[in-house]
Design a protein around this ligand. Structure first.
Ligand code: ATP
Length: 259
């Protein structure tokens, strides 16, 4: 691997707790190559969201190294787009204006903001709803706006925390299709947190299974399925076998060592 897009080495994080510091992340070592799609899976509380928010620069860590393109991550930046499960749209702005707002904050002119926002609303197939307010959009549509917003300032990395977790199964599949299409056409590095093992296998090049107590990397799986992916692959024996192995790793890592 040349200089990794993301390099995490010996990273540790403690949260203050009632019974003393709580070791949330222990000695995390992880490298993501340019354009790689990597999912983090693991039992609730193993530190997936903590790790993602540290990479986003939204919170700090206590020990270790965290680099993007070889340079330290010291806070949030336009090189990393973030999408959360909650849509985080501004309710008083339309879909188009929500995307423009992020671009204006990045210092672009009004004309540039309008054109780039329009192009990204189109990228997520929402042109017909560009002038709708969040309250007029379904959950899947709101998440399309959030993805358009995160991609609009052309980040090198997309960080997604359970982005489809609140959606019904059909919408979730549609969003997975959309994300793979965007990723295959535009290629960027993605770090994706999910509880859904099928989703992780379907989307990823590599799956990192984390374990609990303390949160750590427990197992790693390379997804050998060809690309472009399609929903028919989900029924293939290779897909099902990998899904089983990932689930077994999550189960094995779900028991707190200290309990
Ligand atoms: N701000 C905080 N202060 C104290 N403890 C925290 C804080 N945020 C998370 N934790 C604790 O750190 C551990 C890891 O939490 P985190 O949310 O990162 O796990 P997760 O794997 O993303 O869980 P889930 O799948 O349920 O979202 C948990 O024990 C959680 O209670």
């Amino acid at each position: 691997m040349s200089v990794p897009k993301l390099e995490i080495a010996g990273l540790n994080k403690w949260y203050p707790g009632k019974r003393g510091p709580m070791h949330a992340l222990a000695d995390i070592d992880l490298k993501l190559a340019d354009n790689e799609f990597v999912s983090l899976v693991g039992a609730s509380g193993c530190g997936k969201s903590t790790l993602l928010s540290i990479v986003a620069g939204l919170q700090g860590f206590d020990k270790g190294v965290l680099l993007t393109d070889g340079a330290p991550i010291v806070g949030p930046g336009l090189d990393r787009g973030v999408v959360f499960q909650s849509y985080t749209l501004l309710p008083w702005l339309t879909a188009q204006e929500n995307v423009e707002f992020a671009l204006k904050a990045a210092g672009m002119s009004a004309g540039e903001c309008r054109d780039i926002a329009r192009a990204h609303i189109e990228l997520v197939k929402l042109t017909r709803f560009a002038d709708a307010y969040p309250s007029q959009l379904s959950g899947g549509m709101k998440q399309r706006v959030a993805i358009a917003r995160a991609l609009s300032y052309r980040p090198k990395m997309l960080l997604m925390d359970e982005p489809f977790g609140a959606l019904d199964a059909l919408t979730r599949h549609e969003m997975q299709e959309l994300l793979t299409q965007i990723w295959e056409e535009h290629r960027l590095t993605v770090l994706f947190v999910t509880h859904d093992v099928e989703e992780a296998v379907y989307l990823s090049d590599r799956i990192i299974a984390m374990a609990i107590g303390p949160g750590r990397i427990h197992a790693e799986f390379h997804v050998g399925l060809s690309r472009p992916r399609n929903q028919d692959m989900i029924a293939s024996s290779a897909f099902i076998a990998l899904q089983k192995d990932v689930l077994a790793a999550i189960r094995a890592g779900s028991k707190d060592e200290k309990l």
